[in-house]
Design a protein around this ligand. Structure first.
Ligand SMILES: O=c1nc[nH]c2c1ncn2[C@H]1C[C@H](O)[C@@H](COP(=O)(O)OP(=O)(O)OP(=O)(O)O)O1
Ligand SMILES: [Mg+2]
Length: 212
């Protein structure tokens, strides 16, 4: 272990996300490490504007905002889908491509519309377009005194159409991870947690924060 790295220990941790799907995945990934996890929503924390141009910048904006508002060390996740044939788009704008909507009284995003937008742009490149894509995840830890740590993860794969499967969230129904035939939405959560971009970033966080 790098002796200069600030470590979490076993206290409270704020999960600085307003995305219910991510909150579920992050809580599951952190479950073995004995921290008391509080969500940004349950603390009534505001959702900061993601004005960064990179996953790292946006993850830091979210983690720092939560740490400053709560006084508790906070973990944020900024993630997205980069499509090779679309020069890496939607990338950091992945969430923005899914318009905000209200579903039965709850704020959410229209994922089907967003997946269709990606597919429509791909289709413009013809039937034999390169369908490779990758999910990226940046985890940022921010302590109330300003210190921070960053962990990056990636899951390579390709896009399929039409969407398949009911697990997961977001763009999971159109993403087939490398080496598999099922989409992320057809792979049970416990298994997605072994192979996803979030799992890759978490493995690095766990090694540094909870390792020997
Ligand atoms: O495993 C995933 N499976 C499917 N889709 C995913 C995944 N991971 C990220 N994504 C997509 C949806 C998400 O909305 C966007 C990230 O945008 P991003 O700003 O980081 O998250 P967000 O606005 O939904 O929640 P928040 O900022 O409160 O954490 O990329
Ligand atoms: Mg966001």
């Amino acid at each position: 272990m790098n002796g200069n790295v600030r470590r979490l220990g076993s206290g409270s941790l704020v999960i600085a996300t307003h995305n219910a799907g991510k909150l579920k995945e992050i809580s599951a990934l952190l479950a073995p490490y004995g921290m008391k996890c509080l969500s940004a929503g349950s603390l009534g924390l505001a959702e900061p504007e993601e004005t960064g141009r990179t996953f790292v910048a946006n993850a830091l904006i979210k983690a720092r905002a939560a740490a400053e508002a709560s006084g508790i060390v906070s973990l944020a996740d900024d993630s997205g889908l980069s499509v090779a044939a679309l020069e890496g788009r939607p990338g950091v704008y992945t969430a923005d491509w899914a318009e905000r909507q209200w579903f039965e009284g709850e704020a959410g995003r229209d994922w089907y519309m967003a997946m269709g937008k990606v597919e429509g742009l791909l289709a413009e490149h013809g039937a034999d377009v390169d369908r490779s894509a990758a999910f990226h995840c940046v985890l940022a830890l921010a302590w109330p005194d300003g210190e921070h740590a960053i962990y990056e993860g990636i899951a390579p794969g390709s896009l399929t159409w039409p969407p398949r499967g009911n697990f997961g969230f977001g763009y999971d129904p159109v993403f087939v991870p490398e080496g598999r035939t099922e989409t992320f939405a057809e792979i049970a959560p416990d298994e997605k947690h072994l192979i996803s971009h979030r799992a890759d970033a978490f493995a690095k966080l766990v090694a540094e924060q909870f390792g020997d």
